[in-house]
Design a binder for this molecule. Structure first.
Ligand SMILES: Nc1ncnc2c1ncn2[C@@H]1O[C@H](COP(=O)(O)OP(=O)(O)O)[C@@H](O)[C@H]1O
Ligand SMILES: [Mg+2]
Length: 520
């Protein structure tokens, strides 16, 4: 093996990392060639972040060897990693908001008391940023920057520290499609300059679009490494999940019926008391899924909460089947027939320390046949729960198991089962598959489509564009509390949605004015 000129930047061999009760990485082998963009693919909990944190010096492996540029190394701290030329951009950025870009980059690099030649440092930074197409204003404060810009600052920081190997943990999770494209550009630029890039993702299209090689982790084990150009999305999905995966949902003919949910000129404030919804209007008919797409934090949460009675409405009106529910409380909204699948399962969706059965009956326990006058019929609770567990394929030892012991996917199925069962055909779903693995995501999305085909009116509020494109019949794009326009799924192009997500109103395009319909 290891002759003099080694073409590998990283060789990990038999790396095992245990946490109490969990083997996060089990005897993992991984080789990454110099100057490559290497994707690390796996479902949530597969062990991707842990493996990379071992390289970055945040964790130490329990077993196994690591070679960097052909040399055996012992990485005991982030400092060791940096000295070896390894840098990592974590999922949560580690920038100081009250400092400028330049200050953040040089923070901690020079001993205190040393006089820094600020002009020289800034010139170096500017050159570095230019050569890697990292477009950032060095004098801007971090709090002034978008998430995409902050990410570029993190990258600049690593480059300035001389990183030769850059690891990015799910870097596109927080970006618009355009920002993702810019990032892809930057990654390729860095690779062409000889840097080695590892990016962690669970999105197959990103692997296909921008990696040279891809390694797949499943349940802490390395399944395989492939040359990206010689594999397919389907093959990768199978490696990742361990079985065949369905991508294209069967398009069944479905009829649109009457308007079920109607929102008119809705205005609401954020928790901070700032305008979060600035007058949005939409209609959802029976038998259709209407999506609200957008980067998180543009009013989605406030919209869902205002409709479901969890947030005060400032102005505007909301109807369910012609009944005004604008000022109703959540319980009255439920009684009006609207169900809600919230974005945070634990907290709003589930009571983790109660059995699954209690979680399932939560909405119907005041009604017969579950309750008989003031009494709850526990026999019926169990029968009812078992029926739902069965129908929604919830994997659990028993209906008496506490909800917190289920996997994320099965927890989400509990919420889904309860809400769909209790609904009378009107549903608001917020990021229904966030954090779920491919298998559970598929199950959740199929369930929503089935409900639509059976005539449900579904408002889907989602930050996942792929989900929107798979499920929605019509799409609104929200930006800073306003709809940027409305699109039919058939005519919707990802690029256009991306522009709208970044604040471009659809109506500004003169060639389209004649056919624009519902947008404000
Ligand atoms: N600091 C930690 N302490 C205990 N368990 C952890 C820790 N970090 C990760 N794990 C567990 O290790 C496994 C792999 O996690 P992680 O590496 O974060 O996966 P991924 O990044 O692929 O989603 C999971 O079961 C997770 O719960
Ligand atoms: Mg991770």
């Amino acid at each position: 093996m290891g002759e003099s000129e080694n073409s590998y930047a990283i060789q990990m061999q038999g790396v095992t990392k245990r946490f109490p009760g969990v083997v996060a990485n089990q005897a993992v082998d991984l080789s990454v060639e110099r100057g490559h963009v290497h994707a690390l693919l796996g479902e949530n909990g597969a062990g991707k972040s842990t493996l990379m944190n071992v390289l970055a010096g945040l964790y130490q492996q329990d077993e196994g060897q690591i070679c960097i540029f052909g040399e055996p190394v012992n990485i005991q701290s982030p400092k060791d990693a940096i000295e070896l030329g390894i840098g990592m951009v974590h999922q949560h950025f580690m920038l100081v908001e009250s400092l400028t870009v330049a200050e953040n980059v040089i923070l901690g690099l020079y001993p205190t008391g040393l006089v820094i030649n600020e002009r020289k440092v800034k010139q170096e930074l500017r050159d570095l940023a230019d050569s890697y197409h990292l477009n950032v204003d060095l004098d801007a404060y971090i709090w002034q920057l978008s998430v995409g810009e902050q990410q570029r600052v993190e990258i600049l920081k690593l480059l300035y520290r001389g990183a030769k190997i850059l690891i990015l943990d799910e870097p596109t999770a927080v970006l618009t499609p355009q920002e993702s494209d810019q990032l892809i550009d930057i990654l390729h630029k860095m690779a062409s300059e000889g840097k080695t890039i590892i990016f962690i993702t669970h999105k197959l299209h990103e692997v296909m679009d921008f990696s040279d090689r891809v390694s797949v982790l499943r349940d802490g084990e390395m399944i395989d490494t492939r040359v990206t150009s010689q594999t397919t999305k389907n093959e990768l999905a199978k490696l990742m999940v361990g079985r065949e995966v369905l991508f294209n949902f069967q398009e069944r003919a479905h009829e649109r019926g009457d308007v079920v949910l109607k929102v008119e000129n809705l205005k609401a404030l954020s928790d901070k008391g700032l305008p979060a919804l600035k007058g949005v209007s939409l209609e959802v008919r029976a038998g259709e899924i209407v999506a609200v797409a957008g980067v998180a934090g543009n009013g989605q949460r406030e919209l869902a909460e205002a409709i479901t009675g969890l947030r005060r409405v400032q102005d505007g009106r909301i109807w369910i089947r012609g009944v005004d529910i604008t000022k109703k409380n959540p319980w009255q909204v439920i009684k009006a027939g609207l169900s809600f699948i919230p974005g945070d399962r634990i907290g709003r969706g589930l009571v983790p320390n109660l059995p699954i059965s209690d979680n399932l009956v939560m909405k119907v326990y005041r009604k017969p046949p579950i309750s008989n006058g003031p009494f709850i019929d526990y026999q019926r609770v169990e029968g009812f729960s078992e029926r739902l567990v069965d129908a929604f394929n919830i994997i659990t030892p028993s209906v008496k198991t506490n909800a917190r012991l289920l996997s994320g996917g099965n927890q989400q199925k509990v919420v889904l089962a309860r809400e769909i069962d209790a609904s009378s055909g009107a549903l608001v779903a917020v990021n229904p598959s966030r954090g779920l693995d491919i298998g559970a995501t598929e199950a959740v999305r199929k369930t929503l489509l089935e409900q639509r085909d059976q005539g449900a009116a579904i408002l889907l509020i989602s930050g996942e564009l792929e989900e929107v494109m798979q499920l929605a019949d019509r799409i609104f794009v929200i930006y800073e509390g306003e709809f940027m326009g409305e699109l039919d799924r058939e005519e919707a192009a990802v690029e256009e949605i991306g522009l709208m997500m970044a604040g471009e109103k659809r109506e500004r395009r003169t060639d389209e004015i004649s056919q624009s319909s519902g947008g404000q």
